[in-house]
Design a protein around this ligand. Sequence first.
Ligand SMILES: [Zn+2]
Length: 413
Amino acid sequence: MKATIQLDRPIGAHSLPFTSTDYVSGTVHLILHRDDAVSRITLELSGTLHSCVVAVATNPLDGTLEAVDSHKLFEKCLTIFPPRDIPISPKGFSLSKGTRAFPFQIRLPILSTCHSTKDWIAHCNTTLPPSFKVQVQNNVARSEMKYYLKVKIERPGRFRPDITELQELKFTPLDPSLPPPMLRSFHSKGSRYLSQQPVGASTSLSRTTVPRLDSRMVTLEATLPSPAIIYTKGSLPLKVSAVVEQGATHLTPPIWLYTLYVILRTELTVTVGPNSTTWPVLHELINVSGLDTELQNEPPVELNDDLWKDCVVPDVTPSFTTCTHMQQHFLVVTGGFSYGDNGPIQTIKTTINIDIHSGMKPAPNLTDGGEWEQAMDSEQLPFIPWRLGSERHLGILGRSSSMSRRTPPPVYY
Ligand SMILES: [Zn+2]
């Protein structure tokens, strides 16, 4: 006896992933090489987050310990045989030799509905995370989110093991339903005193450095439209400007902006019990030099954003939060400045905490008779809660009470 799962949608490496509210539909084929008995056929759709971090060793002689966790974020079950109106028989149902087809349809939820008895976990029933797999160098941490469809053929009698078949599904959640854009854009500033002397001492200066007679305050400002969200495979709607404080005399050489370096910094924090690890991944977005831009006292000089018009945001895993994981993103903008046209380069850095969204849309469904098109027409897409941890930097502070950890999750499919 053998079972196979055939999905109605292609699931190859280049196929669209499944998303929240999508129906997973297809057919389970049961191949019987001879007449046999079956008690029940069930289908389980689930998502599990496996993680492993280096644990704190209470005894130094223990060497490296690993803390491992496997967290089932949701599970939906469906009986596809026998039909609902036929009670399950302890002796099973006799099926004759041949192949039988059992069509099914099961819908992906929006939120996780996990619960376990591990007391170190404060379960947050947040939006399901995307499929991903990460591994830190030297194996100090690894983490993987997997979605599965599993069919189980239960057979009567003690000595006839159940038959199972697994099908992995790629999943990317729908983006959160966000409040309307804030009135003001999102700014982030970094300032420091730029010293004319000594040459080459740029890295020893900080923004708290006491101003010297020959130093002037320079401010680098990065701006994103509000809310501060950028889309994978999209453009970078960044504005960068710089200004120098007043007070220059005709003897002070002008300050120039020479270089601009922007990276996307992704931080994944994984918590297993009392052990937590955060590791960054960096992607270079903009690296330009030879800008030769002379700064003024006022107004700030804005860089021409044509300089990064060809920049494409990499296809990184979108921001998400679960009970044990948080994936955050930051834009780190660094300008290189100097006095005159050949002075030493001194850097100023500013960082914006952003969310990355995938721009994922529900796939047109083969089985819902055009429901998706109607939903698009009437703009009745489901409400997707924003990510826990986004409230402050997206400017939605104070509207998060509906997603309290103690509140049971709303019913989403
Ligand atoms: Zn949980």
